[in-house]
Design a protein around this ligand. Structure first.
Ligand code: HEC
Length: 200
């Protein structure tokens, strides 16, 4: 077998580059949801597990790896179908297998863009209202969130507004049912509402 001339440094093929090659060229047909011929090429374990023909790769031994024969298109099975990988991509995959198939977690195969955990990008979820100490104050689930936050002790700005607000709201039962729950100070002027928790 020939070592590719393109491999100036056979000892360091970039593992994430391998993941990128597989992602672009192979995973459209070999993923968890769509395993062509029973094969997913989305993780080291899946690659080792192989498909209908058995293990697709023998770690450390590209020459004995079905996947390598497939991308070199030296046998009947030719991958990807209808075209051929760049020679340097083939060489990278060969040396990656030779060196034990390093597969960093959370690398290129993750399709999450940077910052994807930012709260605003999360799907809307139904959240159970928190438990509160003073159950009598809570008249609807939103109240529970507010009271839990008050009980926990809020940020200074929040607490200043909320204390006044909560003080006048803490005995809702003593007010007429129709009373609007607008916080008023002794002067009867409306108090500025506390800023919502998420306001920036
Ligand atoms: C367009 C879809 C498609 C793409 C892209 C594709 N494959 Fe495949 N692959 C198939 C199909 C379909 C089979 C089954 C072919 C057969 O059994 O003759 C297969 C079979 C295989 C097998 C044999 C699995 C087994 O155990 O039977 C290997 C290995 C393989 N592909 C590797 C690759 C690699 C590596 C790439 C990327 C370089 C790739 N494939 C890209 C569709 C694809």
């Amino acid at each position: 077998m020939s070592t590719s001339a393109g491999l100036a440094q056979p000892s360091s093929p970039e593992p994430t580059a391998i993941q990128q090659i597989l992602k672009v060229n192979c995973q459209p047909c070999h993923n968890e949801a769509n395993k062509s011929s029973g094969l997913a090429l989305t993780s080291r374990d899946a690659i080792l597990a192989g498909g209908n023909r058995g293990a697709s790769v023998k770690s450390g031994s590209p020459a004995e790896s079905l996947l390598v024969r497939a991308i070199e298109q030296s046998g009947e099975l030719k991958m990807p179908p209808g075209r051929k990988l760049q020679p340097n991509d083939i060489a990278s995959i060969r040396s990656w297998i030779e060196q034990g198939m390093a597969w960093p977690k959370d690398a290129a195969t993750s399709s999450k863009p940077k910052g994807a955990d930012w709260w605003a990008f999360q799907p809307v979820k139904r959240v159970a209202p928190p438990a509160t100490q003073d159950a009598t104050w809570v008249r609807n689930p939103i109240d529970a969130f507010i009271l839990a936050r008050l009980e926990k002790g809020a940020s200074e700005a929040f607490a200043r507004g909320a204390q006044r607000g909560a003080a006048s709201q803490s005995q809702p039962r003593s007010r007429p049912a129709s009373s609007r729950r607008r916080a008023r100070s002794a002067t009867s002027l409306p108090i500025r509402r506390p800023r919502p928790m998420n306001a920036r």
